[in-house]
Design a protein around this ligand. Structure first.
Ligand code: GLU
Length: 328
């Protein structure tokens, strides 16, 4: 397909469970954003946190997306020029990026407790889920102090946030400004050697030539970090758009208590993709009613300005809507 429009997006599922209707919604919007501009999509499996991820969940996620009519041009299943498409196979790229950051003086070793490190490096989902910002305890250690601590403990590596605010125009949220150092210095490599989410995603988006990132609202707080990393690594910044999170009918984050929210469970219960896509299009403001629709029918209707900010809430009868609107 070559350089159709120069627009390149991506799907970046973490295969730590089954895709749910909220993930499907974000994927639909990401697909529409790119396809409505004649662009290409790469499928990237974000499986760095090996104990939480399973290859069969990656396969299921890809099946679910295809069932919804969402396709991609490059990926682990079909290959492509910018692979490998699993983060677990991209270690040499991350190591090279760490070297670049190190040489520019952006990194410092951190000897703080394991509990801190896990919460800060493991979760990609924003500052709230990470707890308090790292206070910079190890940033000012002298060489002698580092030497002394290194004898007892393998450090993690942190990125020292440059002292400047970060502003960007989000495709959905609009103008966003973060103060200097927002979120604190973050882990790019854990003491156990695992690469941090922020670094991996920035390197992958840069190396894969991604121009448009559309993902969940919970990753908005990660964006200033990724913009600063991209700048330090010399990658052009992608255009970011943060899609509203999907809440259950009770206003809480989607979870098992809301019933079976897995896309594959809906599929197995006889719901058709058009029923679910129609519901999603209506929730995201792309249509006035939850009428059945295929993903490609929505391409001409897609406009970022229509998409609500922050969150959308599933109606009580969301499942019945999907069922009734399923074309059989
Ligand atoms: N892999 C992340 C997730 O599944 C998404 C990362 C991103 O889009 O930057 O939540």
């Amino acid at each position: 397909m070559g350089e159709r429009s120069g627009i390149r997006g991506r799907f970046a599922p973490t295969p730590s469970g089954l895709l749910h209707v909220g993930n499907a919604g974000t994927a639909l919007l990401a697909w529409l954003q790119v396809r409505s501009r004649g662009g290409e999509i790469a499928m990237r499996i974000e499986d760095l946190d090996a104990p939480r991820c399973k290859p069969e969940w990656a396969v299921r996620a890809m099946e679910d997306l295809r069932w919804l009519g969402l396709d991609w041009d490059e990926g682990p299943d079909i290959g492509g020029p910018r692979g490998p498409y699993e983060q677990s196979r991209r270690g040499t790229l991350y190591d090279a990026a760490l070297g670049v950051l190190e040489r520019q003086g952006y990194l410092y070793p951190c000897y703080c407790s394991r509990a801190d490190l896990l919460s800060l490096a493991g979760a990609p989902h924003g500052l709230a889920s990470e707890g308090a910002a790292y206070p910079g305890t190890c940033r000012g250690l002298s060489e002698a102090e580092r030497f002394e601590r290194a004898a007892a403990k393998t450090p993690s590596q942190r990125f020292a946030m440059p002292d400047k605010p970060v502003a960007f125009a989000d495709g959905i949220a609009g103008e966003v400004v973060y103060p200097a150092g927002a979120g604190g210095d973050f882990v790019v490599k854990r003491a156990d050697g695992i690469i941090g989410y922020q670094l991996a995603v920035t390197v992958d988006d840069g190396e894969m030539g991604i121009t448009h990132v559309l993902r969940g609202w919970d990753l908005l707080d990660s964006t200033p970090r990724q913009l600063l990393l991209a700048e330090a690594l010399g990658y052009p910044p992608p255009k970011y758009s943060h899609a509203p999170l999907m809440l259950g009918p009770d206003g809480n984050r989607l979870a098992k208590r809301h019933g079976d929210i897995a896309v594959s469970a809906l599929r197995e219960s006889g719901i058709r993709p058009e029923g679910l896509i129609g519901l999603l299009a209506w929730l995201y403001g792309l249509s006035d009613r939850p009428e059945p629709a295929s993903a490609s029918e929505l391409i001409p209707l897609f406009r970022e300005e229509l998409i609500p900010h922050g969150s959308v809430r599933l109606p009580d009868d969301w499942r019945a809507i999907c069922e009734a609107r399923s074309r059989r």
